[in-house]
Design a protein around this ligand. Structure first.
Ligand code: GDP
Length: 600
């Protein structure tokens, strides 16, 4: 019979892969992943073990929602069971019940990324033509921004604009539309510059990926080389004992497309993606344009709640009332649920990609919310802010800075990376979001913008092109270009240091003994003798009584013969009144010290 994958066994057992993996772990088979395969003996063992365990306690284990049996129609019962898993008086031996997530399972939203010509478009076409969910409606409309496919009754939404620029462009406005990324790598070419870029963009987004090793039909395809390349970039394939799921496909010939979809669904299941169709509506604009006949048109993916015809909607500064919702086949829809993509007609202006659509109750509310958001959407940073020092104006205790590094050559890039690596400054963490050879592009800017306000782009021997420069201005991203490594490292380290709150060390300047006490209206004045070094009006002091430290603080007044003194040297006497400390006694010792800023 050959090897079986865990997710296939899960399907045979009518449970989710996630539950099966958890169960196997409880039974002592840890480290199993849903995509792992097992041999015949292990397969039989798992089936037996599982069935035995299953006999002991099944009743409370499986909320109906994921079982293979016909879908439950009456909701209340499973929902109660889900919400209060522990109160059902479960016996001590009952299997662990997963803490339920809020909402219902929803389809994953997938983006396809990868190097140019590796087959992203071909793959999206292949998936669309073979698995479109709404085939009967007479084909997909031209230029659609997203479509949904169906595999054994499970849905996946694909964003039809491939590439990391589109992917990160959405994220730069703060919206995360994509749940899972498919990284396409051509088997006849291997991991290339834009593959590495894509990997870094996916990592910055913090979402899981499935690698599609494409073009395996080609005579010069070398899958092993691709796997090796991936491993080198920290993506060790499962076949080699790592975590990265890879599927060998031919997008052109339609080979293993179904297997790829399976893997996507598997990852989705592990992610346990959920949303509440009855909750607050939230949708992300993934494409928008002005149509001559239809006015502003926007495609949005519903993330939560339900978007309905006639809803009052706000997306950034744009607002309106939904005139029509259309699916990917151009069919009118009454509403759209989480994970679904729809075209929205009815906005008064074209909403920006990456903004979030919210539903409000009235026209007045829509108008005022849009006005507020338009204000908030204005670039946060001043356009003139183009130096690190301005960016680092607010000192903080700890900082983490993210940067995108571009260089004109591999050698230059490696050298710059090395130099930055050796830049150890306490309290500063420097993260490299992406490092690549070539000019500074729009996608570099977007990557920086999508991560934090503090991310910036550094070019070593390269400058931003016109589009990238404009994008940097729009997004308020700081771009720095240097010709020599030393300047780059020097300026970054100086700016970083300045960014940190200064750190001080104590430098002792003198020792003073208390010989007398005088009362004055505001407290006590100590009559002192300076026995070592000196004390100044600005000195900090440490009050010692024997071994005990009584106080650390500052001086309120320093006097010599009734006159204010700036400093008093060893061998002389003076009167000292301390700030915030009045319990001084004869015999106390005062250690005078200065605070010196430490160079980090
Ligand atoms: P994109 O730039 O990543 O979107 O790449 P495309 O999908 O446009 O594909 C680039 C070229 O590779 C086209 O000529 C495709 O026909 C070809 N191609 C894509 N997938 C395959 C495949 O699986 N096998 C072969 N032989 N060619 C492919």
């Amino acid at each position: 019979m050959g090897r079986k994958r865990i997710y296939e066994i899960a399907r045979e057992l009518g449970v989710s892969s996630k539950d099966l993996v958890t169960k196997l772990e409880e039974m002592g088979l840890s480290g199993m992943k849903a995509a792992n395969s097992v041999d015949d003996d292990e397969y039989t063992l798992i089936l037996n073990l599982y069935r035995e365990e299953g006999k002991k306690a099944t009743a409370e284990e499986k909320p109906a929602e994921k079982a293979a049996a016909p879908k439950p129609t009456g909701k209340p019962e499973p929902e109660v069971a889900k919400a209060e898993p522990e109160t059902a008086g479960a016996p001590a031996k009952a299997p662990r019940v997963r803490v339920p997530h809020y909402g219902d399972p929803r389809p994953p939203v997938v983006s396809v990324l990868g190097h140019i010509d590796h087959g992203k478009t071909t793959l999206l076409d292949a998936i669309r033509s073979s698995h479109l969910a709404e085939k009967e409606a007479g084909g997909i409309t031209q230029g659609v921004a997203a479509y949904q496919v169906d595999l054994h009754g499970k849905k996946i939404t694909f964003i039809d604009t491939p590439g990391h620029k589109a992917f990160t462009g959405m994220r730069a406005r703060g919206a995360q539309a994509t749940d899972i990324a498919v990284l396409v790598v051509a088997a006849d070419d291997g991991v290339m510059a834009q593959t590495v870029e894509a990997i870094d963009h996916i990592r910055a987004a913090g979402i899981p990926m499935v690698v599609a090793v494409n073009k395996i039909d080609k005579p010069n395809a070398d899958v092993n080389k691709v796997l090796g390349d991936l491993a080198q970039h920290g993506l060790t394939p499962e076949a080699w004992g790592g975590d990265t799921i890879t599927v060998e496909i031919s997008a052109l010939q339609g080979t293993n497309i179904e297997e790829l979809l399976e893997m996507i669904l598997l990852v989705a299941e592990m992610e346990d993606l959920r949303a509440d169709p009855k909750g607050a509506t939230e949708a992300v604009i993934i494409e928008s344009h002005l149509s001559v006949g239809r006015g502003p048109v926007a495609t949005a993916i519903v993330r939560n709640g339900t978007l309905s015809d006639k809803d009052w909607v706000v997306a950034g500064g744009a607002w309106g009332r939904v005139k029509a919702l259309l699916d990917e086949t151009g069919t009118r829809r009454v509403s759209a649920k989480p994970g679904e993509a729809v075209e929205i007609l009815g906005f008064g202006e074209v909403p920006m990609v990456g903004t979030t659509v919210a539903v409000v109750q009235s026209q007045a509310e829509a108008k005022s919310a849009a006005a507020k958001q338009a204000e908030a959407l204005k670039p946060k940073r001043d356009r003139r802010v183009l130096t690190l020092d301005e960016l680092f104006a607010n000192a903080e205790e700890r900082v983490r800075l993210e940067l995108v590094l571009k260089a004109s050559s591999t050698g230059g890039l490696e050298a710059a990376k090395r130099e930055l690596d050796t830049l150890h400054i306490e309290g500063v963490e420097l993260g490299i979001l992406h490092a690549g050879v070539g000019g500074i592009t729009e996608s570099d800017i977007l990557l920086a913008a999508s991560v934090t306000q503090d991310a910036f782009v550094v070019g070593f021997g390269v400058k931003p092109d016109t589009k990238a420069a404009r994008m940097a201005e729009q997004q308020g991203v700081v771009v720095l270009s240097y010709e020599i490594i030393y300047d780059l490292v020097d300026e970054i380290s100086r700016a970083l240091k300045r960014r940190l709150a200064p750190e001080f060390e104590e430098v002792q300047t003198g020792v003073v003994e208390v010989r007398n006490l005088f009362k004055i209206p505001s407290g006590r004045v100590a009559g002192c003798a300076v026995v070592e070094g000196k004390i100044t009006r600005r000195s900090h002091v440490r009050v010692l009584r024997g071994d005990k430290e009584m106080f650390v603080g500052e001086i309120a007044s320093l006097r010599r013969f009734e006159e204010d003194a700036k400093e008093v040297l060893a061998g002389r006497e003076c009167g000292i009144h301390l700030k915030d400390f009045d319990d001084i006694e004869i015999g106390d010792k005062l250690i005078a010290f200065d605070l010196k800023e430490i160079e980090r």
